[in-house]
Design a protein around this ligand. Structure first.
Ligand code: HEM
Length: 405
């Protein structure tokens, strides 16, 4: 079969027919489409194989750093790769376990739940401003400000710094989502260096117990004897911004567009607002904001779905495909907000599953509820929305809407 190529516009604009094809014909698929120094990669398209592979300890996240360190990297890739090495997504046990445990302590349900009222008020204010302007682009004027402000509040950083977070996060997302070029590496590295300096300054200036946010909680945990280096502290805060900003903004945009494209489901939600939780779960399954994620590199020969993965080869889980697998979901291409037991993989599975899932769910639920309450007559402006380039992070670059005033 022809190699699966996530860079092709026909793939990232509508990946689902492509997933169906590969899931049916070659569910664990080798493609030579080189990425990030690898000679090729395995794509895993079936739900059951994704679940099994993510549990398989033959795969390592650390491998790419250990191997890259043996092969000198071009200068433009160095800072990026070094900083990524301090992110828990790029670690294996025991470092991953230590760091994840540390962040989980600070990322409590109470801290997340405590953001609800502020979130509600902020979403409301954004819509009041849009009504005054008479214009609303759900992506730019609603989803991004909500996601960004929430991350700033969560970290305990000033909201006025949101524009800095946005530009750093976009430079990082562009590299992760598009075909890597020297220019994209340089932009992402510069963004990471600037953000790293910003975080080191916050850390240096923070008085014990002075910051109410996650940064403060991380510092307190550190004072209480948790082992975390300054680089890991910086890497963790950076990961929280990059993992939690673009993804959540995409979830909000995808939710609004998908509901508006399915008027029966939109009407049902208007009639029964308590369905907002299951509506968000169905969007997570139907238009997963993270479509593909690395499983890791095989550190010993292993098997996935009957195919042999050789030592050093990389595998990628196609969550977007797993979430449309007819073996796992009845009528997978049907958008149904009353679907029960939505065991989707949108937040990943296994040891590296999403630490911010409760926060992302809260943000999307509040954003949808406030929007529907305030603008029940909302509709899409004809053919004006479009998908952002790249497959990994699925989201809209713009989503203008209209409403009856
Ligand atoms: C709709 C929004 C979100 C989606 C779809 C999402 C999805 C994911 C996925 C698929 C992973 C697994 C990555 C991997 O295996 O490499 C992940 C990991 C992670 N996410 Fe999220 N995420 C979202 C929001 C957030 C938020 C709001 C935060 C925090 C502020 C966050 C923090 C993290 C962290 C720290 C990890 C790494 C966990 C680990 O390596 O153990 N995410 N997320």
């Amino acid at each position: 079969m022809k190699g699966f190529d996530p860079q092709l516009p026909q793939v990232w604009t509508n990946p689902y027919p492509h997933y169906d094809l590969y899931r049916g014909e070659d569910p664990v698929h080798w493609t030579q489409e080189a990425e990030r120094g690898d000679a090729g990669v395995w794509y895993v398209f079936r739900y059951r194989d994704v679940i099994a592979a993510r549990k398989n300890s033959a795969f390592s996240r650390r491998y790419r750093h250990s191997r890259l360190s043996k092969r000198p990297l071009p200068d433009y890739m160095q800072p990026y790769s070094e900083m990524l090495g301090n992110w828990m997504v790029e670690m294996d046990a025991p470092d991953h376990t230590r760091l994840r445990g540390f962040v989980s302590k600070a990322f409590t349900a109470r801290r997340v739940g405590g953001l609800r009222t502020k979130l509600h008020e902020f979403a409301h204010d954004l819509l009041v401003a849009a009504e005054r302007r008479g214009r609303l682009d759900v992506v730019h004027d609603y989803a991004y400000p909500i996601a960004l402000t929430t991350i700033a509040d969560l970290l305990g950083a000033p909201r006025e710094d949101g524009h800095l977070f946005k530009s750093w996060s976009m430079d990082f997302a562009a590299l992760e989502n598009q075909k890597p070029t020297v220019y994209l590496y340089q932009k992402a590295s510069e963004a990471m260096l600037s953000f790293s300096e910003y975080l080191r300054r916050i850390r240096r200036d923070a008085e014990p117990g002075s910051s109410a946010g996650l940064v403060g909680a991380l510092l307190t945990a550190e004072e209480q004897g948790c082992r975390i280096t300054e680089d890991e502290f910086v890497g963790t805060c950076m990961l929280l911004l990059f993992a939690g900003h673009e993804t959540t903004a995409n979830l909000i945009g995808n939710s609004v567009q998908t509901l508006l494209l399915h008027p029966d489901q939109f009407a049902l939600l208007l009639e029964e607002p308590s369905l907002v939780g299951s509506a968000v779960e169905e969007v997570l399954r139907f238009e997963s904001p993270v479509q593909t994620v690395s499983i890791g590199h095989a550190i010993e020969e292993t098997e996935v779905g009957g195919r042999t993965i050789g030592v050093g080869q990389k595998a990628i889980a196609a969550f977007g495909s797993a979430n449309r697998d007819p073996e796992a979901f009845k009528h997978p291409h049907r958008f149904d907000i009353t679907r029960s037991s939505v065991h989707h993989t949108a937040f990943g599975t296994g040891l590296h599953s999403c630490l911010g899932n409760a926060l992302a769910r809260l943000e999307a639920q509040v954003a949808l509820s406030v929007l529907l309450e305030r603008m029940p007559s909302i509709r899409l402006c004809d053919n004006k929305s479009c998908w952002k380039e790249g497959l990994m992070l699925r989201g809209l670059s713009t989503l203008p809407v209209e409403w009856a005033s």
